[in-house]
Write a protein that binds this ligand. Structure first.
Ligand SMILES: Nc1ncnc2c1ncn2[C@@H]1O[C@H](COP(=O)(O)OP(=O)(O)OP(=O)(O)O)[C@@H](O)[C@H]1O
Ligand SMILES: [Mg+2]
Length: 279
């Protein structure tokens, strides 16, 4: 239902996305994985019309666009939950959810509170619609964003590292909401560096590396080692020496020499971060 074809985006000196083609199906949770700088945020900004690609197309169903704008993206059902949630702080929860929408000629606060309450009951949220959003926790700010998307009839909900500011029990709540969205046929595009989360919530996983599309795999048909290989572009045996270097015994001069000696050493430093993830 959402298809990107040959999308390229360059910045001075950087190819952020290099001829990327991918598909997102209706009602799936689709995780986007890749190292820092792989192009994940650039991709979602292109889908939401926040930036324009240099070339390529974005299609919602059979409607194909060369230039997406934020309004067109919203009309096509796209909602984005950014890490720094951008709500209007002095306004209440309900006012933020229904901001910019008209309900008759007169602004009817009681009516929007009632509509918000109905939405919270349906989704099992414990929120007071009249409270100012400036008083909300990160988790509750996310709930408001999600309610905004639901009440706008979003069909594609994009979440960029949503669990970064959340506690464990809040992550559980977010996941139950994601499952509910999925049941309603909403596509969730889920960006995270946390493989555990991806395994517990995603139906399919796509990997980007250095701005290039690598592959899309069903979660049930992959494992951590395979995903990490695809993200860093080498097999683990190539990336990791069997005996870890005992850095503590080396002089700092020797460490500098070792680290700068070859490109491969530097790549291994990057790979070491994923070794930690492997556990
Ligand atoms: N506005 C910009 N100007 C210049 N370069 C940019 C800009 N935005 C992104 N880039 C570059 O494009 C590449 C892809 O960046 P992007 O933010 O999409 O990566 P990412 O996969 O989201 O990384 P992270 O996991 O760190 O969020 C990086 O090399 C980044 O430095
Ligand atoms: Mg990013």
């Amino acid at each position: 239902m959402l298809t990107l074809k040959n999308v390229t985006k360059t910045y001075p000196g950087v190819i952020a996305l290099n001829n990327v083609s991918m598909e997102f199906a209706g009602g799936e949770v689709h995780a986007l994985l890749g190292e820092n700088g792989a192009g994940k945020t650039t991709l979602i900004k292109i889908i939401s019309g926040a930036i324009q690609p240099d070339s390529g197309t974005i299609a919602f169903g059979d409607q194909i666009y060369r230039h997406m704008t934020p309004n067109l993206a919203i009309q096509n059902g796209v909602a984005v939950m950014y890490q720094d949630i951008n709500l209007v702080r002095p306004l209440s929860v309900a006012e933020n959810i229904f901001l910019g929408r008209r309900f008759g000629k007169i602004f009817n606060r009681a009516r929007i509170y009632e509509m918000a309450r109905k939405l919270f009951t349906e989704y099992g949220f414990d929120l007071d619609p009249s409270i100012s959003v400036s008083k909300l926790s990160a988790a509750n700010l996310q709930l408001v964003e999600i309610c905004k998307a639901i009440s706008n009839d979003a069909r594609i909900m994009i979440m960029d590292e949503p669990t970064a500011p959340l506690a464990t029990n809040e992550v559980d709540l977010l996941f139950s909401i994601i499952r509910r969205l999925k049941e309603k046929g909403v596509t969730v595009i889920y960006i995270s560096h946390r493989l555990d989360e991806v395994f517990s919530i995603a139906d399919r996983i796509s990997i980007l590396r250095d701005g290039c599309y690598v592959s899309t795999i069903k979660t049930a048909e992959t494992n951590r080692a395979q995903l990490i290989n695809k993200m860093v572009g080498r097999t683990l045996s190539e990336s990791f020496p069997p005996e870890p270097t005992n850095w503590g015994k080396l002089s700092s001069r020797r460490i500098i020499l070792l680290v700068t000696a070859s490109r491969r050493s530097i790549l291994n430093c990057t790979a070491a971060r994923y070794w930690a993830l492997l556990g």
